[in-house]
Structure formats: structure tokens, C-alpha cells
Design a binder for this molecule. Structure first.
Ligand code: FAD
Ligand code: MLT
Ligand code: ZN
Length: 517
């Protein structure tokens, strides 16, 4: 049962009572009905790539893990409607590859975990990913769902009709419910024609305002906006981690405070290249960007994406990470007034200075400096706790991570092994003191950042932001998700949960905190 019972980050999980691996909707229904009858909680799981601890057991030996990994079939493809009906356990990348080769279409969602995450998982979490800026959130693409309710009732809403106003749009209630309202067994999704051409531009910026202006132009100008399929950013610390720990190549070769990745996708390579050249030249001419590169080959485009998508895995190789995933208006995301700078300030105030990354040579000339957000201009990770920011800038979605490096991470052993200590930067004032254990340093980093960052987001942005953007609530954001719920929203959610799952069979204690907490 092991692999099913620990989450991707290694932060949550314990042994299940049993792992059920049904192959049909009827079998899913039978498992749920039996658990409902006997009062056994159920944890649905797809690819187990979730980042909020929602898809693994948390009560030792007491919960049944319901894996959808054997339900991978394609049920139908409606060529005229452009609607694919596929089972929940199908892996995103495989479905995407099949669509491209057999139908010239593609999945409207793309994310770093595509090789493992499933259709049911992305629907349960309403995953965003890198193409939401083009095709919208999954709400724009979901046409129908087949789901099994907590008591085993099968509800079939698998129409491929793109318009179906016959009452409540309940599939959109299941979407993003993180498995707490029903188990998705199959879904009907509108799948767009796959763009044949793809060109990626990478631009380096000295200041956040310059990047914001370029993003606004790229997403707002005629001709260009219709081709943009991704607008992502990384700060220098994130680039450094991806290079040093993820083995990625930095196509810009030097570190800039902010790197913007833009992708244009469409029918013609020449048209996409022209549009990307226009953005790059425009940003340079306006003095917004310092440097830029436009991909001239698929290999170059892949390298640029490797840097961006490699950050998550590189962070997990470096050590432990406190993962925050927030929505913010762009002016409060990064830069001097942004969340990343606020988090760095907080780490400086709260942690032993000897634990912090001291930053590279010459850093003081660059915005935000490096203290408590260290990155090596020379490409070397100097160790120590750092805060880094990256994410889907086109959607106002920041991934703010506080990374705590493990002394043993470098030798290839799994991070977080018992006895691991914090890998500290060399030559600090209290270098004589023994390094703290990794667990101790990670706990201190967590205490410094949570609830500080969510409270900062709620206070500075209110309902223009969100303490959870795309990863969901699961277990890890239970304590503060309420900060971004509007008046009456939580009460409504509880009424819906009580109506669909009155015995609290599905994922008790996730998404909505138990009453009285
Ligand atoms: P799991 O991890 O198995 O489950 C996630 C949640 O959904 C759990 O609560 C589970 O109970 C529930 N669930 C799963 N399947 C079902 C089902 N069939 N019915 C009901 N409930 C179900 N997320 C983004 O939004 N954008 C990103 O760009 C992104 N990038 C990522 C990159 C990496 C490297 C990793 C590791 C994760 C990333 N994620 C991202 C997190 C994201 O939530 C997941 O990758 C994905 O959506 C989860 O799919 P899964 O099949 O692995 O679900
Ligand atoms: C991403 O955009 O890379 C993912 O959401 C994963 C992460 O936050 O690290
Ligand atoms: Zn993301």
C-alpha cells in the first residue's frame, strides 16, 4: 500500500485500512456503498500528485483509499462537438498524446505533473496549470461528469451536448470539490484543436514593474493576445534552484531578478515567431526588459519550459519546502511591495540569521536583494533557507515557496531522512553552533510563513486575491482557507456537503475543517 499512502511532497499520509482499485463505475459504487454502510471513510485518489495532502489517508488504518488508477479508458470522442469522454484514472499526458495523434486536438490543461496526474484528479482539484491563460480554467472546458456519491449512487451527467440547461450545473459543483462531494469516474471535456506551431520567448527584467508592463501588453494587444498560450514567471532564486538542483539549463545564462516566459501557439510558426519577436523587441525598446531570447527550435522551447516546470521537482530535491499558492493582483505579487519581499522580510525577522541564505556577490545592485531569498549569481546554491517566487503570472497566481535545504540532499538520498540537518550557508556568525535538524528548521520556516503569508494576502488583497489559487485546500490549507471565503460561503459549503454526503464518508476533515475548530 506504501506508494498510495504518502503524498508527493512526503508531508502527509499513513497506512490505509485497505486500498481499493476498482475497474468499473459499478465497482466504485459498490466500494462506496459498503464504506457508507459501515461508517468507513473513503479517500479518492488519482495520480497522487496533489500538493495539499488531500489525497492520502490521515487516520492510521481507518480509511479506505479508493484509487481510480485502473479506470483509464476512453469512452468516446465526438468529432463534431470536439468533446472527449474519458475515465477518471486516465493520465493527462497519455490522453493529450492520444488526442494529438488521433484527432489533432489537445487537452486544455497542461501542468508539470502531466506524466502522472489524472483526469479525475485535475477535475477534483480544478487544476489550473500553464495554459489557463489561453483556455481558461477547467470550468470553461467541462461539459459533463459521471460521479458516484458517498452512498454509492451513480449520477450520470455525461452528455457531450455543449449546451444543456436542464437545471443545476452540478458537474461544476463536483469540479474543484477535491473529492469531498463525489468520486469522479468519467468526464466529458471540450478539447481544442492542437496548435501546430509553438514559439517561446524568455525575457530578463531588473524590476517587477517592467515585467508587469510587458505582460499587460502581451495579453492586451490585438494579434498578440490571441496567440499567447502561457505567461509564466520565475524569480532569480527559482531559476537558481532549477539549475542547481534540477539540472536545468538557463537559456538566458545570467540571473535576472525576474524572468518571464511567454508562449505563442497557433497554426503558423512564422506568425507565432513574429508575434514573440514583437513582444521581445517591444519590451527591450520600452526599457522594460534587459535581455530576451526567442526560441528558434523545438529543443530551445523545451529548454525554456524545462527551467520553468523543473522548479517544483528541484525544490523537493533541495530539501523541504513550505508551499504557498496564492492569487494576487500583479502589483502585490513580487517587487518591493509584493508577497515574496514580505515573506523574505518575515524570515529575516523570525529565523536565526545563520540559517538564512546569504545571497550572492553583487546582489545588492538588484531589486529585492538576496537576504533570506538567496540565489547565486554564479549559479551556485549557497545553501540556507530561502524564499522563492514563480508561477502563472498571466493568471495572477504566485507560487511562493520557502525552501529549507537538507544537508543530505546532495548525496542523492531521499530528502528528509531521519538525522538530516539543515544545510547552512558557510561562514556565518554562529557557524560554530551545530546545524539544526531538518525537521526543526522546516518547522521554524513553516511557523514563520504560515499564517503570516495567507494573512498578508487576505489583508493586502481581500477578495482581489485568494489564499489558495489552484492547488486546493486539502489538509495543508485547512487552517486558513476561510480567510478568502466570502460572507456566507462557508455555511453554504457545509450545507452542500451535508446534502451530498450526510455521513461524512468522503474525505472527512479535508477542505472544510471539522466543526468546533
Ligand atoms: P491526486 O493527487 O490523486 O488527488 C488530488 C485531490 O483530488 C485529492 O483530494 C483526491 O481525493 C481528489 N481526487 C483525485 N481523483 C479523484 C476522483 N476521481 N474523484 C474525486 N476526487 C478525486 N496543480 C495545478 O493546479 N497547476 C499546476 O501547474 C500544477 N503543477 C504541478 C506540478 C507538479 C510537479 C506537481 C507534483 C503537482 C502539480 N500540481 C499543479 C498539483 C495538482 O493538484 C495535481 O498535479 C493534479 O491536479 C492532481 O491530480 P492527481 O490525479 O494526481 O490527483
Ligand atoms: C507549478 O505551477 O509549477 C505547480 O503548481 C507546482 C508548484 O507550485 O510547485
Ligand atoms: Zn502552478
Amino acid at each position: 500500500m506504501g506508494p498510495y499512502c504518502t503524498d508527493w511532497l512526503g508531508e502527509y499520509g499513513c497506512m490505509a485500512l485497505a486500498v481499493a482499485r476498482p475497474q468499473t463505475t459499478q465497482q466504485v459504487s459498490a466500494v462506496l456503498a459498503a464504506c457508507h454502510r459501515t461508517g468507513v471513510p473513503v479517500v479518492p485518489q488519482g495520480g497522487n500528485t496533489g500538493l495539499v495532502g488531500g489525497g492520502v489517508p490521515v487516520a492510521a488504518g481507518a480509511e479506505v483509499l479508493l484509487s481510480l488508477d485502473r479506470m483509464t479508458g476512453v469512452r468516446s470522442f465526438d468529432e463534431d462537438a470536439g468533446v472527449l469522454t474519458v475515465e477518471a484514472g486516465a493520465v493527462l499526458q497519455r490522453v493529450d498524446e492520444m488526442l494529438r495523434s488521433d484527432h489533432g486536438r489537445c487537452m486544455p490543461v497542461d501542468l508539470g505533473a502531466k506524466g502522472s496526474c489524472t483526469v479525475g484528479g485535475i477535475i477534483a482539484t480544478a487544476a489550473g496549470g500553464v495554459h489557463a491563460v489561453r483556455w481558461g480554467s477547467l470550468h470553461s472546458s467541462l461539459v459533463g461528469v459521471e460521479a458516484v456519491l458517498a452512498d454509492g449512487t451513480v449520477v450520470d451527467g455525461l452528455s457531450s451536448a455543449r449546451k444543456r440547461n436542464v437545471g443545476y450545473h452540478w458537474p461544476h459543483l463536483i469540479l474543484g470539490s477535491e473529492g469531498t462531494l463525489g468520486v469522479v469516474t468519467a468526464a466529458a471535456l471540450r478539447v481544442p484543436p492542437a496548435p501546430e506551431a509553438r514559439v517561446v520567448a524568455m525575457l530578463g527584467f531588473a524590476d517587477w514593474d517592467g515585467l508587469r508592463r510587458t505582460v499587460r501588453r502581451a495579453l492586451g494587444s490585438r494579434g498578440l493576445a490571441e496567440t499567447v498560450s502561457a505567461a509564466e514567471y520565475l524569480d532569480a532564486a527559482s531559476v537558481d534552484v532549477a539549475v542547481t538542483w534540477g539540472g536545468q539549463r538557463d537559456p538566458l545564462d545570467e540571473r535576472y531578478p525576474y524572468t518571464l516566459l511567454l508562449e505563442a501557439a497557433g497554426a503558423s510558426q512564422a506568425y507565432c515567431s513574429e508575434r514573440m519577436e514583437e513582444v521581445a523587441q517591444g519590451a527591450l525598446a520600452a526599457g522594460e526588459a534587459i535581455t530576451g531570447a526567442v526560441s528558434a527550435s523545438t529543443a530551445q522551447a523545451r529548454q525554456m519550459w524545462g527551467l520553468r516546470e523543473g522548479v517544483t521537482e528541484a525544490l523537493s530535491k533541495r530539501g523541504r519546502a513550505v508551499k504557498l499558492d496564492v492569487s494576487l493582483p500583479l502589483e502585490r505579487m513580487a517587487g518591493p511591495q509584493g508577497a515574496v519581499a514580505a515573506a523574505r522580510g518575515r524570515l529575516r525577522d523570525q529565523l536565526d540569521p545563520a540559517w538564512l541564505s546569504p545571497g550572492p556577490r553583487g546582489a545588492s545592485t538588484l531589486e529585492e536583494g538576496c537576504v533570506a531569498g538567496g540565489w547565486g549569481c554564479d549559479g551556485t546554491d549557497v545553501g540556507g533557507v530561502l524564499a522563492c517566487g514563480y508561477g502563472h503570472v498571466g493568471d495572477g497566481n504566485l507560487h511562493l515557496n520557502v525552501s529549507v535545504p537538507s544537508a543530505c540532499a546532495a548525496d542523492g538520498r531521499p530528502v528528509g531522512a531521519e538525522g538530516d540537518t539543515l544545510r547552512r550557508p558557510p561562514a556565518s556568525s554562529s557557524a560554530a553552533a551545530p546545524p539544526p535538524s531538518l525537521a526543526e528548521a522546516a518547522a521554524a520556516a513553516r511557523d514563520a510563513s504560515v499564517p503570516f503569508v495567507p494573512e498578508w494576502v487576505a489583508k493586502e488583497a481581500g477578495m482581489r486575491g485568494s489564499v489558495s489559487a489552484e492547488h486546493g485546500v486539502g489538509m495543508s490549507k485547512l487552517g486558513y482557507a476561510g480567510l478568502s471565503r466570502g460572507s456566507g460561503e462557508e455555511a453554504l459549503m457545509r450545507r452542500l456537503k451535508a446534502a451530498l454526503d450526510p455521513t461524512n464518508t468522503l474525505l472527512p476533515g479535508r477542505v472544510l475543517a471539522a466543526r468546533g475548530r
